[in-house]
Design a protein around this ligand. Structure first.
Ligand code: NAD
Ligand code: GLY
Length: 362
């Protein structure tokens, strides 16, 4: 059964629709969300082949004038060159202040098209149609948009909330297995930061079972979106609390950067980062070794990596120091007291960071 949750931000509130087959409702949903006149669909090359034609058809059947721009698939496209391609397409299609940009794809397209929507003519309406699990449970919700610079990921961006998110679970059927598992890392993250029932539910399924069980996936996506919506409602611009969404990300981002973006998918690096954060939490807070074992087992059960890669600690540490989320020169970690209870902004002495890394390295 399709379900909805709301990101409650006063007059900028918006619904997240979740369900199997609901891409077919996209025209009607866009109309209800105020999309009118001209719209530009932004999709990557892989997703465009699968879904862009149908989405364009559905939007046109609701009276919209629609153009589509296709961006090469992959993280390397989250840059200014592709951003300008979107601006060019928007101008060519005659998009005005009252027009809309519609992101159809994973987090790369959501972030890139979202930033285009935040900046084109000083901001136009934006709709997210996430097609990866990661985008459904994380990047399509909460309004963080942006592009990468050669110096680092997401260094340029804006907060620009969508007017509507439509997550069609049927799109996950075409998602490569590795991408599906990477999305589950973010679902497991919600289990650690806020709702251990997610871990209990996941313990009952392996990857193949999850892929074929759309009711369970719907529940997991809904619960993840509810948690993210709650955090975003309370701290939209990451003054504090929103940082809990970065559990596992401090080391995870450093692993992505030091390994050169490509060896590890984001969710895979986060999986390793969560194991590290759990071990730090055992050392510095009340997190039990039994909880770390449970986290490890559930990550492994869905095929995510949990062992530390052979990367230089000094390089990882330097990458964490450069991370834009560090404040006053300190690297801040999200640490757990128990499954479902975390604390953000924990400063950990650098010798403990190194010891915990070395004690878990093979
Ligand atoms: P992605 O957008 O690159 O998609 C992964 C791959 O899957 C791509 O090759 C894509 O073509 C393909 N794909 C997408 N949907 C498909 C489908 N249904 N069937 C077949 N193939 C499909 O990657 P992602 O993991 O979705 O997103 C990662 C990006 O998200 C990163 O840039 C990250 O920084 C960003 N992110 C943003 C936020 C945020 O809050 N804005 C949060 C987390 C991550
Ligand atoms: N993915 C982290 C955030 O949205 O804040």
């Amino acid at each position: 059964m399709p379900c909805t949750c709301t990101v409650d931000l006063g007059e900028r509130s918006y619904p997240i629709q979740i369900g199997a087959g609901i891409l077919e409702t996209v025209g009607r949903e866009c109309e209800s969300a105020g999309v009118q006149g001209r719209a530009l669909v932004v999709a990557d090359s892989a997703v465009a082949n699968l879904y862009a034609g149908r989405v364009q058809e559905l939007l046109v059947s609701c009276g919209l004038t629609v153009a589509t721009v296709i961006i090469p698939a992959g993280e390397a496209s989250k840059n200014h060159t592709q951003l300008i391609k979107i601006y060019d397409a928007a101008l060519a299609a005659g998009l005005e202040r009252s027009s809309s940009i519609i992101a159809l794809g994973g987090g790369v397209i959501g972030d890139l098209a979202g930033y285009a929507a935040a900046t084109y003519l000083r901001g136009v309406r934006f709709v997210q149609l996430p097609t990866t699990l990661l985008a459904m449970v994380d990047s399509a919700v909460g309004g963080k948009t942006g592009v990468n610079l050669p110096q680092g990921k997401n260094l340029i961006g804006a907060f620009h909330q969508p007017s509507l998110v439509v997550a069609d679970i049927d799109c996950l059927a075409t998602l490569p297995q590795r991408e599906f598992a990477a999305g589950l890392a973010e679902v497991i993250k919600y289990g650690v930061i806020a709702d251990p029932k997610i871990i209990t539910l996941l313990e009952q399924y392996d990857l193949a079972a999850l892929r074929s069980h759309s009711e369970v996936m719907e529940q997991l996506i809904l619960r993840s979106c509810e948690m993210k919506a709650d955090v975003v409602r309370r701290d939209e611009r990451e003054g504090g609390l929103r940082a809990i969404l970065n559990f596992g990300h401090t080391l995870g981002h450093a692993i992505e950067q030091v390994s050169g973006y490509g060896e590890f998918l984001h969710g895979e690096a986060i999986s390793i980062g969560m194991v590290y954060a759990a071990r730090l939490s055992e050392r510095l807070r009340s997190f039990s070794s039994a909880s770390t074992d449970r986290l490890l087992r559930v990550l492994e059960q869905v095929g995510l990596p949990t062992t530390y890669p052979a990367l230089s600690w000094d390089e990882l540490m330097a990458a964490m120091q450069r991370d834009k989320k560090k404040q006053a020169g300190e690297v801040g970690f999200v640490l757990a007291d128990a499954l479902g209870s975390v604390q953000f902004g924990c400063v950990v002495p650098s010798e403990i960071l190194r010891e915990v890394w070395e004690s878990g390295s093979v």
